[in-house]
Design a protein around this ligand. Structure first.
Ligand code: BJW
Length: 230
């Protein structure tokens, strides 16, 4: 890596976890081919048919507990452990594979499968079981008000202020395994370019945002990420 670089922001997406066995969203056979986004990933869908939405997330919460981090997650954890400058890994992923691999400087902008959010008392709880059975909130005791702690379409992604703050002092922005189709995450590369910093894309194929990057490398994350880190 370039010795001039001190401060790094890394954005990851579903492609990083694909080789661990978690479906991506927009690839052939991906989640959005099997389910209509507007039926499962919007607040309106949850209000209309909570059983369908809770079942969809219960299934995925169970699935992520059966998979393991891969070489890309471990390489990023090594970088986090060894990098003496500022580093922030912003993940759009709702799995916990980055933290299980050991990354500490991490932020989940689209929420986490292993959290449930009580809409009655606004407290979040670590959650490994199901929500379909309408359990009571461990804090306020009210039943049936827990929802997946996932940012649905039309909702505000988490910690945007922290993300822009890190980006504005970064001298490298790296995007890994994301299609660049979902905003505001997809707009971070433009912000980085406006700041005049180097931008690198590591993805299986050119993404929707490829033309914004100063450099793009294409291939599987388990090869590209360790090559870039080491
Ligand atoms: C590999 C690989 C391998 C495969 N190795 N690579 C313009 C501006 C702002 C907002 C909008 C806008 N236009 C529209 C909007 C609204 C909307 C939006 O973006 N819609 C688009 C569809 C157009 N955005 C929102 O509603 C967001 N909220 C919002 O905008 O609030 C207002 C606001 C504005 C400005 C600032 C601040 C706030 C909320 C978005 C929430 C996204 N939620 C989801 C679903 C969560 C539910 C769930 O998990 O079920 O999050 S959508 C889904 O997509 C999930 C992901 O995090 C997200 C991104 O997907 P990702 O990770 O890129 O996956 P894929 O499948 O798309 O791509 C995988 C890539 O990996 C592919 O390129 C493969 O090639 C590659 N790959 N195998 C390397 N082995």
């Amino acid at each position: 890596m370039d010795r001039q670089i001190k401060n790094i922001v890394i954005l990851t997406g579903a492609g990083v976890s694909a080789e661990s066995g978690i479906d991506t969203f927009r690839s052939a056979g991906g989640l959005w081919e099997q389910h209509k986004v507007e039926d499962v990933a919007t607040p309106e869908a949850f209000a209309r048919d909570p059983d369908l939405v809770l079942r969809f997330y219960d299934m995925r919460r169970e699935r992520i507990q059966q998979v393991e981090p891969n070489a890309a997650h471990y390489a990023l954890a090594r970088l986090d452990a060894e990098w003496s400058g500022n580093l922030l890994l912003v993940t759009q992923n709702v799995d916990d594979l980055h933290e299980r691999a050991g990354t500490k400087r991490l932020l989940h902008m689209h929420g986490e499968h292993l959290n449930a959010w009580c809409t009655a008392c606004d407290v979040r709880h670590g959650w490994r079981g199901t929500l379909i059975d309408r359990p009571a909130c461990p804090s306020c005791g009210i039943s049936g008000q827990l929802r997946p702690d996932i940012v649905w379409f039309g909702e505000m992604p988490y910690r945007m202020g922290d993300i822009y703050h890190a980006l504005n002092r970064a001298d490298l922005f790296v995007s890994i395994g994301t299609s660049g189709a979902v905003y505001p995450a997809a707009g971070l590369v433009r912000e980085a370019r406006q700041n005049g910093i180097a931008t690198l894309e590591l993805n299986l194929e050119p993404s929707h945002s490829s033309s914004w990057f100063t450099e793009s490398r294409h291939g599987p994350a388990t090869e590209l990420v360790p090559q870039w880190v080491d």
